[in-house]
Design a protein around this ligand. Structure first.
Ligand code: COA
Length: 188
């Protein structure tokens, strides 16, 4: 019998301990499809994980089948001095930057191995990661294209803040999205 996919919480310490496994999910979800040198990209990704785990408000959920990790979602409280926050804040009109990024949970990663995709697991990870957050808003970047990720975000109320956005040094256009968390029910 195939074990069911369960969503479990990882502490910052658990996340750092599992970083090799987490980076392998990233390899299969992204790096092999989108990067000419996947190994290099996986090493880069793995190396930022410990730093991300130290951020205030860090939260991570993983999707597991037995002991195998099939999906990861994590984020943390955004703030000045963080690269993504500062680049996006500078591109938004100042009132919008304050409104969307002033008290914001950054959804940094949400990805699944190819076999786990298309089965509702991404939605479960998303919903559990954002459930009961104390922040007013959440923000993320995703490719500016009609991907499965975009369907997922639109169905859950995310709205575009910046379209066709070019990160410094990046080639592909991104969409910056925001989600109002104030109208969501508190965690039970
Ligand atoms: C993006 C990703 C996390 C989505 O997770 P998933 O489990 O594969 O997504 P699902 O199949 O559950 O689809 C998500 C939602 O979009 C909807 N959807 C998907 N394709 C759709 C389409 N063509 N038209 C309309 N709705 C669609 C689904 O119905 C589902 O809605 P629900 O959760 O309300 O039921 C996953 O596919 C993935 O890891 N992709 C590769 C990495 C990636 O792109 N990550 C996102 C980076 S920002």
């Amino acid at each position: 019998m195939t074990p069911q996919i369960e969503i479990v919480d990882l502490s910052p310490e658990g996340f750092v301990a599992a970083r090799r496994e987490i980076a392998e999910v990233y390899r299969r979800a992204f790096a092999e499809q989108q990067y000419p040198h996947p190994d290099r990209e996986v090493v880069r990704f793995r190396n930022v994980l410990s730093r991300h785990a130290e951020h205030s408000g860090f939260r991570c959920k993983v999707a597991r089948s037995g002991q195998e990790v099939l999906g990861v979602a994590y984020g943390y409280t955004g703030g000045s001095g963080q690269w993504w926050h500062d680049v996006v804040a500078a591109a938004l009109p100042s009132e919008e930057a304050e409104q969307w990024l002033g008290d914001c949970f950054e959804l940094v990663e949400l990805h699944l191995t190819p076999e786990a995709q298309g089965r509702g697991v991404g939605g479960r990870l998303h919903d559990e990661l954002l459930s009961g957050l104390p922040h007013s808003t959440a923000a993320l970047s995703t490719l500016d294209a009609r991907t499965r990720a975009l369907y997922l975000y639109e169905k859950r109320g995310w709205v575009p803040l910046l379209t066709n956005f070019a990160f410094p040094g990046g080639a592909k256009p991104f969409l910056i999205m925001g989600l109002d968390l104030t109208s969501r029910a508190p965690a039970s």
